[in-house]
Design a protein around this ligand. Structure first.
Ligand SMILES: *Cc1c(COP(=O)(O)O)cnc(C)c1O
Length: 337
């Protein structure tokens, strides 16, 4: 079966497993896991941030980030398609007691002008605008990415207005291999960054939250309160170190294959409205009387698994375990539909 459901479906490579099995470990709640410490230091240095925190998931790193930046009765500003709003169970309300201001962006991307208009005046009866969250790449936005030039005015606005700026960088490296921007340039623009090791980077588990020393000190406390303090987590962190060393540059391959899938879909007669492909995500619609569940069945009959978003919309995501041979099979299969 060829799996295009998500870039989370990857299995650790033999080399990654080898690194995991040979990791030196300790109790990370006492900060005594050398491999977790090494991963945190490596990631922080990469982005030019002071410190990092290893967590079980990207939902946790986002939610801890949101919690540390805000107080109850504050408001979070983000795109209406963003993961922190759509796919984290309303955690901003549950963990942090926040209101949310949703902005209609373009492909999941918002701009400084929109954000400035959304910032609330300082009235007793209004939630206090406190935090902006950007997503790069934008998942439901079709994998679109922000460049540093697009983020800079937002960062300047946030600084001027006293708002914090958090990046949900679940797929930040898929963005950086396209834009040519560097992790350090991203680090300089945000107060905190969440990166996922278990998406395109191919690690089995784990995300990192990056920020200043005092921010990460508080984040550690919140992680513990959420039950995310892990013990010999170095076995997992070793996979993360391996991924950061070996699986970043190859994301360009995933992005290119996704672009080729987008092109191949253009000649499938029942397909329409293929969104521009920016990175490793392809969104498209099927035409009535065909619907998404039927199209998924056809794909399944050809050995291809994908996923739907609504009655006519489907998504492909390319990843480390989607090989060139599989890619050629999918291109041929699409040509037959
Ligand atoms: C996957 C993802 C996350 C984090 O998801 P987890 O499954 O909790 O690791 C966060 N943001 C975006 C945009 C994602 O795609």
């Amino acid at each position: 079966m060829i799996n295009l459901v998500s870039d989370t479906v990857t299995q650790p490579t033999p080399e990654m497993l080898h690194a995991m099995m040979n990791a030196a470990v300790g109790d990370d709640v006492f900060k005594e896991d050398p491999t977790v410490n090494a991963l945190q230091e490596k990631a922080a240095a990469m982005f030019g941030m002071e410190a990092a925190l290893f967590c079980p998931s990207g939902t946790m790193t986002n939610q801890i980030g949101i919690k540390v930046h805000t107080r109850p009765l504050d408001e979070l500003i983000c795109d209406e398609l963003s993961h922190v709003y759509q796919s984290e169970v309303g955690g901003y309300a549950f963990h942090s007691g926040l209101a949310v201001k949703l902005l209609p962006g373009v492909n999941g991307k918002i701009n400084a002008e929109q954000i400035e208009k959304a910032i609330k005046p300082d009235y007793d009866w209004m939630p206090k605008s406190r935090l902006v969250v950007l997503e790069n790449t934008c998942n439901i936005g079709g994998g679109a990415y922000y460049t540093k030039e697009e983020i800079r005015p937002i960062a300047e606005l946030c600084k001027a207005k006293g708002l914090s700026l958090h990046l949900d960088g679940a797929r930040i490296f898929n963005a950086l291999v396209e834009s040519g921007d560097t992790p350090q340039e991203m680090g300089a623009l945000f107060d905190s960054i969440s990166i996922c090791l278990s998406k395109g980077l191919g690690a089995p588990v784990g995300s990192l939250l990056l920020g200043s020393q005092p921010f990460i000190k508080e984040a550690r406390r919140v992680r513990k309160a959420m039950g995310g303090g892990m013990r010999q987590a170095g076995y997992l962190a070793a996979a993360g170190i391996y991924a950061l060393d070996h699986h970043i540059e190859r994301l360009k391959i995933d992005n290119n294959r996704a672009k080729e899938l987008g092109k191949a879909l253009a000649s499938v007669s029942v397909v329409e409205n293929i969104r521009p492909v920016y990175s490793n995500i392809v969104f498209f619609d099927v035409k009535a009387p065909m619907n998404a569940p039927q199209f998924l069945e056809i794909l399944l009959s050809k050995g291809i698994k994908a996923t739907s978003f609504g009655p006519e919309t489907l998504r492909f995501v390319t990843h480390l375990d989607y090989t060139e041979a599989m890619h050629q099979k999918v291109l041929s299969a699409l040509a037959e539909i």
